[in-house]
Design a protein around this ligand. Structure first.
Ligand code: ADP
Length: 173
């Protein structure tokens, strides 16, 4: 496996529209759907994704997916080939465990390597309902990707709003 630093690309838009080998879902540990990017992925991808998530809950992940871990399913009707579900840490009381947010990115890239994916799109994990300040989350996410050993060639951060885009742009100069 050839390993070099992946190229980091920033896009303002909707992750469900990305034509990449894998998109990452900011899931919750139940794997059974939620709001935000999770809801959008299941809505646009159709029931095949949830069916595979249910199978995972009935087999390897009886207690759910732990924070910082990642697991792949089909992407159903989405243009991407796979969805990699990861669970971001919650930011509360003015702090969060940055090592878990790093782990989300590293584990997603490890799963992408197992799938043979060369292009992957991430949302701004933990910056929605989970409350992580986007400027800080952007720094952690970009550092995690830069420090990763992976055969993935392109990491695309897909930012839903201008503030998130600007926060990531400030890290990718
Ligand atoms: P978390 O629970 O990890 O905080 P959320 O889904 O609530 O996850 O939010 C994560 C980020 O994804 C937020 O910045 C939110 O604006 C963004 N987001 C929501 N929908 C989409 C989408 N369709 N494509 C890309 N990003 C999205």
């Amino acid at each position: 496996m050839t390993q070099a630093r992946p190229e980091i690309v920033l896009v303002r838009g909707d992750i469900t529209e990305q034509e990449v080998d894998a998109i990452v879902n900011a899931a919750n540990s139940s794997l059974l759907g939620g709001g935000g990017v999770d809801g959008a992925i299941h809505r646009r991808g159709g029931p095949a994704i949830l069916a595979e998530c249910r199978d995972l809950r009935a087999s390897r992940y009886g207690k759910g997916l732990r924070t910082g871990q990642a697991v792949a399913t089909t992407a159903g009707r989405l243009p991407a080939r796979h969805v990699i579900h990861t669970v971001g840490p919650v930011y509360q009381g003015g702090s969060g465990d940055a090592s878990l947010l790093t782990s989300c990115h590293r584990e997603s890239l490890r799963v992408a390597d197992e799938l043979g994916a060369r292009t992957i799109a991430f949302p701004a994990i933990s910056t929605g309902v989970y409350g992580w300040p986007v400027e800080d989350a952007a720094r952690i996410a970009v550092e995690a990707v830069r420090g990763a050993e992976t055969a993935v060639q392109e990491v695309r951060f897909v930012l839903f709003d201008e503030r998130a885009y600007d926060a990531f742009a400030a890290q990718v100069q």
